[in-house]
Write a protein that binds this ligand. Structure first.
Ligand SMILES: O=P(O)(O)OC[C@H]1O[C@](O)(CO)[C@@H](O)[C@@H]1O
Length: 427
């Protein structure tokens, strides 16, 4: 077992029994495709049932990008970039990069300063673009692409730039698809039945990740393993079902905020991906657990007070990585002026783990139930499984909450108001 779940500090193990049946019903609804949003369930079978021809093309394009570019600019927002950034950051070294290109993100906000500085940074780099938008009409990436397309055409000329632009979008709809068809960019598809926040294992995530040097075969292998485990209709064996059930019980007990905690800085963007997945899936009809995240011990020194002592509407889900990639021991110092000799001979990870154990005790004592998810190490295979684990959990959680986990009507409101202010035709 690679991903493990520990509910011993959740305080609700007995209550879980009482809604086990309801959770089964939710999983059944999902797998029999009879629930709301059942036209967006393509992600369930994706680890097995993906387009093999496209997968090969992704690998070939990634090799070409590696050969002719130092940088790949990933243009997208929300589900069109967060999964990539989550996996990339979890896998790549802190300083430097993998055996691939540097990924730089654009179109995930509207900072004019960022765009000016990015265009400047790219001037002396060899680069390619991957513009990603399922709808093909999202404003932020569209604006970014307009600037970056102009810049790349200026640098390489029209003909060469066409070979450096990769488009990932709907198979037939949207402005981006129209443009790709007209100009002849290499194109990849976001399947109709896979929503943006569930799309990391399609070309959306796979192309930039492969170009960055992430092992996408292993990522898919992990997801395949996840599919076997988390679609199992046996409560005792299915920890995604257990996690969804625990969340439902805690929500019933007015724990309306879930903080995803990690003690590894590399997990920061996995938490960002998780926040979109859970926030967009559950937050509707006046319901939903608010997804938040922290990196400990860093945020214990900023958010720790609030978590320990503030409004008691929080629970924590800790992702623990059993074996760090790298570790080092603290040496004994004769003078001991810093007073650290009491931990001499111990490793930094040992101290980190003790911080984790101590924090769990303190927070549970302070009225913050704790769920622990454990992986043995941070690699592509475990990440693939973890991504799939969260996807199944959120779908079951959504059905338990009696919302449609696969739409996001609320996101439209800000767009409507912004378009009105900008004078977009039709608004
Ligand atoms: O891939 P697209 O269509 O540009 O959408 C980007 C993101 O924007 C949203 O649609 C919300 O507007 C997210 O659900 C999605 O991940």
């Amino acid at each position: 077992m690679t991903v493990k779940l520990d509910l011993t500090n959740s305080g609700i193990e007995k209550k879980i029994e009482s809604i086990k049946e309801k959770s089964f019903g939710a999983l059944d609804k999902l797998l029999s495709k009879t629930g709301e949003g059942n036209d967006f369930l393509g992600w369930i079978d994706l680890p097995e049932n993906y387009n093999k021809e496209e997968y090969d093309r992704i690998k070939k394009s990634a090799e070409k990008i590696k050969k002719d570019s130092e940088v790949l600019v990933v243009i997208g927002i929300g589900g069109s970039y967060l999964g990539t950034k989550a996996v990339e950051n979890a896998i790549k070294p802190y300083f430097g990069k993998l055996d691939g290109v540097e990924l730089i993100y654009a179109g995930h906000h509207l900072s004019s300063t960022y765009m000016v500085e990015l265009l400047d940074y790219l001037k002396d780099k060899d680069y390619s673009l991957n513009v990603i938008s399922k709808s093909g009409t999202t404003t932020e990436p569209a604006v970014a692409f307009r600037f970056l397309k102009e810049a790349i055409e200026k640098k390489y000329g029209k003909e060469e730039s066409v070979k450096r632009i990769y488009v990932t979008t709907d198979k037939e709809k949207g402005a981006l698809k129209g443009l790709a068809n007209e100009v002849g960019y290499e194109s990849f598809v976001v399947p109709d039945d896979v929503g943006g926040r569930f799309s990391v294992l399609t070309a959306v995530g796979l192309l930039p990740l492969a170009a960055a040097g992430v092992n996408i075969d292993e990522l898919m292998e992990g997801a395949r393993l996840g599919r076997k485990k988390y679609t199992t209709k046996n409560f005792e064996d299915n920890i995604a079902l257990q996690y969804a059930t625990a969340r439902e019980v805690l929500y019933d007990e007015n724990k309306a905020i879930e903080i995803l905690v990690s003690y590894e800085e590399k997990m920061r963007y996995l938490a960002e991906w998780w926040k979109q997945l859970f926030g967009e899936s559950e937050g509707k009809d006046g319901k939903g657990i608010f997804p938040a995240s922290t990196i400990f011990t860093t945020d214990l020194h900023s958010m720790g007070q609030m978590i320990q002592d503030g409004v008691r509407n929080i629970f924590e889900t800790v992702i623990s990585i059993e074996n760090p990639e790298k570790n080092l021991n603290i040496n004994e110092e004769e003078a001991n002026l810093d007073g650290l000799n009491y931990i001499a001979g111990k490793s930094v990870d040992y101290v980190n783990k003790k911080a984790m154990e101590g924090t769990v005790v303190a927070h549970v004592k302070g009225g913050v139930p704790n769920i622990k998810i454990e992986i043995d190490k941070l690699d592509e295979k475990n990440l693939g499984e973890l991504l799939y684990f969260f996807e199944i959990t959120v779908a079951v959680s959504g059905y338990l909450l009696e919302v449609n986990p696969f739409n996001q009507p609320g996101v439209e409101e800000y767009k409507t108001q912004m378009f009105k202010l900008l004078g977009k035709p039709g608004y």
